[in-house]
Design a protein around this ligand. Sequence first.
Ligand code: UT7
Length: 328
Amino acid sequence: MKIIAAITGVSAYVPEYILTNQELEKTVNTNNEWILDRCGISERRILKDKDKASAFMAAEAAKTLLAKKSISPLDIELIIVATVTPDHVYPATANIVSDMIGATNAWGFDVQAACSSFLSALSVAAKFIESGTHKKILVIGSDKMSSIIDYTCRKTSILFGDGAGAVLLEPSTDDTGIIDTRMYADGSGKKHLYQAAGGSLIPASIESVKNKQHFMTMEGQPVFKLAVIKMADVAVEMMERNKLSADDITYLTPHQANKRIIEATAKRMGISMEKVMLNIQKYGNTTSATIPLCLAEWESQLKKGDNLILTTVGAGFTWGGMYLKWSY
Ligand code: UT7
């Protein structure tokens, strides 16, 4: 019998501090109406504690999930953390998380594919379940975007927030779970969205700090144009490949980058906005955490057998889609 990887639990963590559009109006040349109209964002969460970062948020989400499922951390075999803001260049954030939650039997690693990190990590984790080698995997998306955002830049400071979401992946034999995945990348898009310094090409130096190269650099327009096309393309591709009509779709679970990108995707799929998981107004773009934050928020409304299309797009460029039959 074919083993399918199924999400059997989900939880999230967001920091307490709320950064509103009104507060941003005081620091950069922007206004609430523009941000709401062009992006759909009202507020975002910021992790203010200087001694806490992505691993902390990931561990909080994981601990809640394990408690909810009454599972011992010792039963977790693998932890994959999706993040563009790891606590350190190394060791992997996943290893720090396993120590924080007491998952001492788990091995782990990080996956980084910009805003597509979570869907990439989930598709990698699914292969370990499908092969029969692993039975309990935590996939966690966690990003402290505030650590790489220049809060004097109105182009990026309005968009991003901090948060984490975790899912438990287990084998399913009842035909529910991850049915189909298609991921894409086009590395020629690098110039439009990147963090220049901190890697091996431009290691940290006085110049790199002075030149603000440790912050995100983004040209919004080309990213928007690519995102609006590719996210819709891949969503429609998932429907066609799996012979799903608009009526068959229970929910679209999109990466939350801009409300207008999400609306365009729903329109191309022929579904109404009632079928779209949308919480960008509360959290902004939390990069690796957007999709699990949505799943956690909608969990109580989901039923076994519901058809979900997950979609993502981000720097790289990277984009992709997943067809998931909800398992509980
Ligand atoms: O997950 C992937 C991560 N990134 C993304 O997905 C970002 C994709 N891009 C976007 O979402 C949009 O391009 C932005 C939200 C970043 C920008 O929206 P836009 O509609 O593409 O705005 P624009 O850059 O074309 O600027 C339009 C106007 C300009 O003014 P003028 O030249 O028409 O007078 C900008 O100067 O809006 C102005 N503007 C702002 N005004 C107030 C740009 N940023 C702001 C701002 N507040 N924060």
